[in-house]
Design a protein around this ligand. Structure first.
Ligand code: PGA
Length: 245
């Protein structure tokens, strides 16, 4: 099973999000061979779930708060996303870690709350340029994995990881497929220290319609988490169609 996940971030307004979901629906871009999911803004989630409900296309939250209920102004809990039909939620996306100061501890709390709510966490990890330049990529990845997985109990198929080098996100400077494979093999061997369950690992960072197949042709990469190229009908449509061929 290969995964194509589209992280729409804060790129699309209500109408644009609905248009893109309608496109996925009318083009019948779901297929049993791939797991396709989109991560729209919270504002439009219920409408998108309605549009896609007769398809196999799933939705996920870009982030969710880890308390399940209470006096947390501005937060939306994992349970609330589950209630309106979401399947996944990102945990620790690089923008959450670097713009909003989320720590490995926060990410772990989110992973546990997502699992409790019945959502599948997509745990985002990746090294910064500084890490890479100082030869700390493996150290950074191993630490993020340890904090997320040590002592975590989950069923097979309930947890995914996205390897997203911070320097590759939104820069057009995608990680070379061979290097991404090498990191993903390392990530899988680190996860195996904490769990015998198979955990799919996706690559993310400047994936587009020109380079997507170079990631999908490599065995250890289980899919792609795509940001800006997933927000346009033409590029997202071409990505999905090329992988489905
Ligand atoms: P990008 O974003 O494809 O725009 O680089 C990927 C991501 O942040 O998930």
């Amino acid at each position: 099973m290969k995964y194509i996940f589209g992280n729409w971030k804060m790129y699309l307004n209500f109408e644009e999000s609905v248009n893109l979901a309608n496109f996925l629906f009318t083009e019948k871009l779901d297929d049993s061979g791939i797991e396709l999911a989109v991560f729209p803004t919270a504002l439009v989630m219920k409408d998108i779930n309605n549009i896609l409900k007769s398809t196999s296309i799933k939705t996920g939250a870009q982030d969710a708060g880890h308390p399940s209920k209470g006096a947390y102004t501005g937060m939306i809990s994992a349970e609330m996303y589950k209630e309106i039909g979401c399947e996944y939620a990102l945990a620790g996306h690089s923008e959450r870690r670097h713009l909003f100061g989320e720590t490995n501890k926060d990410v772990r709390a989110k992973v546990e709350s997502y699992l409790d709510a019945g959502l599948k966490p997509v745990i985002c990890i990746g090294e910064t340029k500084k890490d890479r330049d100082s030869d700390k990529t493996r150290y950074r990845l191993a630490k993020q994995i340890m904090r997320a997985f040590e002592g975590l109990s989950f069923d097979e198929g309930q947890v995914l990881v996205a390897y997203e080098p911070v320097w590759a996100i939104g820069t057009g400077n995608a990680c070379l497929p061979a290097d991404a494979t090498d990191r993903i093999d390392f990530i899988k061997s680190e996860i195996a220290k904490y769990s015998q369950n198979f955990v799919p690992v996706l690559y993310g960072g400047s994936v587009d319609e020109d380079n997507v197949l170079s990631y999908f042709s490599l065995g250890s990469i289980d899919g792609a988490l795509i940001g800006s190229a997933s927000t346009k009908i033409s590029s997202f449509g071409n990505i999905i169609k090329s992988v489905l061929k």
